[in-house]
Ligand binder design. Sequence first.
Ligand code: PYC
Length: 317
Amino acid sequence: MTNTEPKRVRVIDSHTGGEPTRVVISGGPELGEGPLSERLERMKTEHDDFRTAVVCEPRGSEPMVGALLCKPVDRLSTAGVIFFDKAGYLGMCGHGTIGLMTTLAFLKMIKPGAYFIETPVGMVRALLHDSGEVTVKNVESYRTQANVAIKVPGYGKVKGDVAWGGNWFFLINDHRLELSPGNIEALTHYACQVREALTREGITGDSGQEIDHIELFGPSRIEGVDSKNFVLVPGKTYDRSPCGTGTSAKMACLYRDGKLKEDQVWRQESIIGSVFEGGICIIEDKIYPHIKGSAFVNAEADLIFNENDPFCMGIRK
Ligand code: PYC
């Protein structure tokens, strides 16, 4: 035992459509003042154990997404943020940005209005509405490959699109699986097999990145809702929310297929029944999606980093 006070990390937890976000307010690693992409690299190489300490068990949980609040580069931005989960790091995170904005409002750091948030993959704009809802104007989203066929062991030929929405996605419409909470085990198995097949067949994002999110679509039973999804996120877990970056990738594909117009509303339901409302804005033939949803703060805590705790920095498995 030592007599020194254990290190404390202040966090606020929330959920967006059921998907948790843990915003690190203070006590995080010192990553310097450069662009968020550089700070992300420093976190990966020098402070990865901070990620596992915050989101992995015993403090975290399978779907928990961490959001390290950082000082922005630009004085006009409100915050910088690095998103991470049990498996690694996310480029952008839609549900997490809604959680971050709701957390900043909870802390009385922001009022309803429009804000710039810096992420490792670019600047996003976020609007906090009087109602407490948040609209995230995402980074440019685009499809790089349409109707790609891959061979998936146990399932045969599977066709899908490769698209970027702030993370890389493989989007599948024709899968013959039931999209219901009772079928999550089978959906997870199928999506994991698809992800492995993509890697095996060398199908990647446009700079060789792994396609680590797999998104399956089907009809929604909720009136006025356009589609229901199941989204496998990095690791072996699924997004409880409709996935902001996944909905962005979907809307980019729909626009290129002539199935979504600028300013048309797209409502996307998640596998557990939560809904995001989305749309797109076209600037010089580039697609900029926006998604709207709500988050709820459900905990405010200090994480205690006790150096005598053998699992202080989380369980990596
Ligand atoms: O909402 O973009 C999102 C997201 C990505 C992974 C989990 N949620």
